[in-house]
Design a protein around this ligand. Sequence first.
Ligand code: FE
Ligand code: FE
Ligand code: MG
Length: 159
Amino acid sequence: MGTKGKEIVGVDVEKLIKLLNRAYADEWLAYYQYWVGAKVATGRMRGIVAGELEEHANEELKHAGMLTERIITLGGTPLLKPEDLLEQTNCGYDEPSDPSTEALLKQNIKGEQCAIETYKKLLDFVKDKDPITYHIVLEILEEEVEHEEDLESLLSDMS
Ligand code: FE
Ligand code: FE
Ligand code: MG
């Protein structure tokens, strides 16, 4: 990053890169959990649920891209090995071993709630200190809130 661009970041840049990489790990794992969940989904409202999971998968991958760009601009390196994703994640990975749509929805709601908490903390960390990261994280947080809402409505449609 340029000299002035770096100067206006009012937080410990190394720490920020570490937090962004943790969120980056979450996004890849969420991407895969949604993507493979959409493939194996069975049971009630299968088509609708699989469609929503697939859409969310694409959005999580987009989030991973937004985070990588910021990590690189800040002079960091995104996690390079798949094993690092599992090691650095905040929210973990829940394998969709029960492919019923209801179980998948519950699992992914839990994941979204963890994502919302993670991004809220990250937002508080950069608030008034790094407007560019703040803007990126806010955009992602808005979509995670939407994801939770989408999944909760599908689950309530089922009961
Ligand atoms: Fe995401
Ligand atoms: Fe999400
Ligand atoms: Mg959606």
